[in-house]
Design a protein. Structure first.
Lengths: 108, 112
């Protein structure tokens, strides 16, 4: 079993829908990261959280430390949100362990 | 412009021919890392560095070397590349421990 599990692996939705991507982890962590990988391959760091909730534009990330679970939400989804979303956990210092990623496709 | 640069972006080489992938950041970041990304396996950490002359192994360090002689540069060295090192490689940096990382554009390496 992977230390970091994401669901779903693939998600297709219509423009405007509310999107939720989930991440569960099995080890103690110092922080959780959400990354976005564009179709061209570039990776952008979206959020880093150790507790609670963060919001940036239409993106919201939450984490429940007790349940070892995080969610990434996208409100009013748009085709430009189509990408692979990757959850990663920090296990001290700069050691990162990644989930497999969720491929999101938003159709117009 | 704040950025992480990698060179080369694409490389095809042969088994056993030593190569270096360079990584440079212009943000005065202390932390730098190397990752490889493979289909079905996702991203995996190769090495990371918390400061000049301080490096440590990630999850898949075998077959790789790194050095951190200057804060801005963190080259990845493959002394004797093998076909199983064919992959997409990313370098990343961050200001402090636990902060969000800035990723380079990636280097696609093919070893034949």
């Amino acid at each position: 079993k992977n230390e970091v599990e994401q669901s779903p692996q693939n998600l297709t939705a219509q423009e405007g829908e509310f999107i939720t991507i989930n991440c569960s982890y099995s080890v103690g962590i110092s922080a959780l990261h959400w990354l976005q990988q564009h179709p061209g391959g570039g990776i952008v760091s979206l959020f880093m959280l150790s507790s609670g909730k963060k919001k940036h534009g239409r993106l919201i990330a939450t984490i429940n430390i007790q349940e070892k679970h995080s969610s990434l939400h996208i409100t009013a989804s748009h085709p430009r949100d189509s990408a692979v979303y990757i959850c990663a956990v920090s296990r001290g210092a700069q050691k990162l362990v990644f989930g497999q990623g969720t491929r999101l496709t938003i159709n117009p | 412009e704040a950025q992480v640069t990698q060179n080369p972006r694409y490389l095809i080489t042969v088994t056993g021919k030593k190569l270096t992938v360079t990584c440079s950041q212009n943000m005065n970041h202390e932390y730098m890392s190397w990752y490889r990304q493979d289909p079905g396996l996702g991203l995996r950490q190769i090495y990371y560095s918390m400061n000049v002359e301080v490096t440590d192994k990630g999850d898949v360090p075998e077959g790789y070397k790194v050095s951190r002689k200057e804060k801005r540069n963190f080259p990845l060295i493959l002394e004797s590349p093998s076909p199983n090192q064919t992959s997409l490689y990313f370098c990343a940096s961050s200001l402090e421990q636990g902060k969000g990382q800035y990723f380079g554009p990636g280097t696609r390496l093919t070893v034949t």
